[in-house]
Design a protein around this ligand. Structure first.
Ligand code: C2E
Ligand code: MG
Ligand code: MG
Length: 565
């Protein structure tokens, strides 16, 4: 057969392969195959080199930017022999230039035609490939270069058939107090920390997993269970480097985790999202740890919580909440020296204890309504006692930390007290310690304001959380309520850590000029411990449980409790 025809047939066989590759739309392009074909065609036509450049826009071409792709290069001296330029409707530009050694015979007309045809076909493919990458970047990455929620749903679409997610877990997480990192180190470092954190997790979860940013500092990830512990450890406390000197920022997160059961099939991509979100909400509400694993009882708990929140407005209107009073007793004289107002919910003939509804109401500002309602009832009782000529003692009312967001808290409290015309000395406000600096400043402001009105303030549950001595150094409290976890047990050695701490906390409180009261006194031996340490006030089941108002009134009339031990 004629050599030219043979060469032409060989060319068209290769060309067909190239052309067919460019028709594939919804699959990964086989770049290696295309490079192989281009290499063979180049060799056939005595070309020394082929260079393709891709520019996202004309400005990039003018600046000489863009991406260079060399698909073929023999590495010998050569000169350009033909160039083609291709502009898409989106104004991206692809150029291709082929080179020959100056020693080679120039291309024949037939050869030129085939080289030109190949170049145009390859370029159509290359521009489409690059545009697809750009489109993917725009669709699946956000402006900070993190994978976005579309990536997550896309991943779910590919993996979501039964069994596709076996042995994997889903996590949604959010940095705790990230605003402090931004405040302390600046936004740039904040961004850097976020990137480093993301990269580290990307490394841990490998190709099989995925991590995406949902927005702000909230991320969602899927990983294999074999790396789950390492991921959780990193989310619990991860040291993120911020410079080359080895300085790090410690990052901890709130996270909701779902261990995906084997055979799990998702109906909508939101299925897993719903579960991790439910766990995440619980993590953010606090009280149960920062990393919460989804389980069925969690959903039951959430539903119960939702019911309480739904019932609350009506229950408040119908006055289903009652004030119970627990006496505070002077350990020297046995007299009632005060009382704490504690809330009880009368619902369907039963009394619901505070732990079943207070934490739920604390998730929203409902708790503030309840606290004001309680203060109002207490003031009304005190007014009545005064009017009836009874002996009246100071009553403490619990205020949730939620109130700290209320700029008008002080006025709101005073308005209620004034409305009932209650002398300020009969009211005490109990507040618990706070965890953030911001709240700390608010707490300070509120306590000082109450102080200026001669209203007592007490630190409730001192010693239960992560109490800071700063809390009592900086804020001018009147009373410190020592939590019962500090109170030594009946047969506890005086050398136990608890006994030592108890002794010193009581002594310190007194020396600082604060009143000291111990909560949860249940036994005569505990009362003796208080007396031995000269702690003059006690509250606990040893004397009385929280009582309905009529019962409490009887106690007020009673002379004293027996404190002989
Ligand atoms: P708290 O303010 O520390 O109240 C003391 C709790 O200890 C009360 O629980 C009381 O019944 C219990 N207690 C008293 N003496 C003893 C004892 O000897 N042994 C034991 N084991 N417990 C004792 P209660 O009434 O169930 O209230 C629990 C918590 O709910 C309160 O802790 C307070 O934080 C919150 N709470 C109750 N009422 C209100 C309210 O009106 N507003 C707000 N914000 N919180 C409230
Ligand atoms: Mg209290
Ligand atoms: Mg307490």
């Amino acid at each position: 057969m004629d050599q030219d025809i043979e060469k032409a047939l060989e060319f068209f066989a290769l060309y067909e392969k190239l052309a067919s590759a460019t028709q594939i739309v919804n699959q990964k392009f086989d770049v290696a195959m295309i490079e192989d074909v281009l290499g063979k065609i180049s060799a056939m036509h005595r070309l020394a080199k082929g260079v393709t450049r891709f520019y996202r826009n004309p400005a990039e071409e003018q600046r000489g930017g863009g991406e260079t792709m060399i698909s073929y290069d023999l590495g010998i001296p050569c000169v350009p022999v033909h160039s083609v330029r291709f502009v898409t409707r989106l104004m991206s530009i692809t150029t291709m230039t082929v080179y020959m050694s100056p020693d080679e015979e120039p291309l024949t007309e037939d050869e030129f035609f085939r080289v030109d045809l190949t170049m145009r076909t390859a370029m159509a493919f290359i521009s489409r490939n690059r545009l697809q990458v750009i489109a993917e970047e725009l669709a699946f990455y956000d402006d900070m270069g993190f994978r976005n929620v579309r990536s997550y749903f896309n991943y779910m679409m590919w993996r979501g058939q039964p069994g596709g997610l076996d042995g994997m877990s889903a996590i949604i997480y959010n940095f705790r107090r990230f605003s402090l990192v931004n405040e302390e180190f600046g936004r740039d470092v904040g961004d850097l920390v976020m990137h480093k954190h993301y990269e580290y997790i990307e490394g841990l979860i490998t190709q099989n997993g995925i991590i995406c940013r949902l927005g702000g500092d909230t991320f969602v990830l899927i990983c294999e269970n074999k790396v789950l512990k390492r991921v959780i450890d990193y989310l619990t406390e991860g040291a993120v480097p911020i410079n080359s000197e080895g300085d790090t920022v410690n990052i901890s997160c709130y996270a909701g985790v779902f261990n995906i059961p084997d055979g799990y099939a998702i109906n909508t991509p939101n299925d897993i999202m719903g579960n991790i979100m439910a766990a995440f909400q619980v993590a953010k509400i606090g009280g149960q740890g920062h990393i919460i694993y989804y389980n069925d009882s969690l959903i039951a708990d959430r539903e119960r919580a939702k019911r309480v929140q739904q019932m609350f407005p009506e229950a408040l209107r119908k006055q289903e909440f009652h004030v119970f009073y627990q006496p505070k007793v002077n350990t020297v004289t046995g007299e009632i020296c005060g009382g704490e107002a504690l809330c009880r919910w009368f619902r369907g003939g039963k009394i619901v204890p505070p732990m079943d509804f207070i934490p739920v109401l604390e998730e929203t500002s409902d708790i503030c309504k309840l606290d004001f309602y309680m203060l109002d009832k207490v003031c009304s009782d005190i007014r009545r006692w005064l009017d009836e000529g009874r002996r009246v003692v100071r009553i403490s009312v619990n205020l949730s930390r939620r109130h700290m967001l209320n700029e008008h808290l002080l006025e709101n409290i005073m308005e209620i007290i004034e409305r009932h015309n209650v002398p300020h000395k009969y009211i005490e406000i109990e507040l618990t310690e706070t965890t953030t600096d911001v709240e700390f400043r608010d707490l300070q402001r509120v306590v000082c304001g109450l102080q200026a009105q001669n209203i007592y303030t007490s630190v409730d549950d001192f010693g239960m959380g992560y109490s800071s001595l700063n809390l009592i150094r900086v804020i001018p409290w009147n009373v410190l309520k020592v939590d019962r976890t500090f109170l030594p047990l009946d047969d506890e050695e005086s050398s136990s850590i608890r006994s030592i701490m108890f002794r010193h906390v009581v002594a310190m409180t007194k020396e600082m000029g604060l009143e000291c009261i111990v909560e949860g006194v249940e036994t005569p031996a505990q009362l003796k411990t208080l007396k031995d340490n000269h702690c003059e006030q006690a509250q606990g089941f040893l004397f009385d449980r929280p009582l309905p108002v009529e019962e409490f009134e009887k106690r007020l009339d009673m002379q004293r409790y027996s404190i002989d031990i």
